[in-house]
Write a protein that binds this ligand. Sequence first.
Ligand code: 13P
Length: 259
Amino acid sequence: MPQRMPYVGGNWKMNTDLAGATALAEAVAAGAANLLSACQVVVCPPLTYLQAVGKALEGSAILLGAQNFHHQPSGAFTGEVSCSMLKDLGVGVVLCGHSERRHVMGEGDVLINAKVLAALEAGLQIILCIGEKIEQREAGQTDAVNAGQLAYGLAGVKPEQLARVTIAYEPVWAIGTGKTATPIDAQNAHRAIRNEIRHSFGDAAADAIRIQYGGSVKPGNAGELFSQPDIDGGLIGGASLKAGDFLAIVRAAAETGNA
Ligand code: 13P
């Protein structure tokens, strides 16, 4: 059985304010201190609070992540920020392909791939989010949708860059709805995703890559999800906004993950 350190991300989305973001980061850093040898953790605050959260995380091994960025290095892109600007603030991880960016902001596969390649070229780690909509699931297309988003998203990624890639399987119908894939359904999707990586990048890469589950993960369901053999932690939305809940989820990953 390959050793993969569990990995839990907090995606704060468009929530918190400056004081709340700082307090949340401080509480997570304090509470996670003795868990970080068994579970990697990243928090992704709104872009405007990255600097303050980075400061609050100083001295902690918790990674600082950004929810969004532009793939060009600089130029006339009003309202956008580049990878190097994020790196200036201590960002080490970026999310790519989140379902809200795909389905609410209208990002397509070509743009998502450009962002993946730009972030990896910039030396960042990425979390590439994929997942099917409810009608695709009901039509039996879950694995095909995931395989397609994976193939598009990772097109042109060099084998040596894959070590900086994490996949987050987030079924769209489970995000923010309180509905969670059953541990068995999630495991089946994760195994299929890992097999796609095996097909494209080989056994060692497939065995090493972390695949997070996302979609209404809570302290009460995290342990069962994370104990599945191909689920290596989670990407957490709503529950990442409460330090106690997020820390309970990190603890579940540290205790039941595949490390
Ligand atoms: P929820 O945990 O709120 O369902 O959000 C999941 C998610 O989108 C994380 O990126």
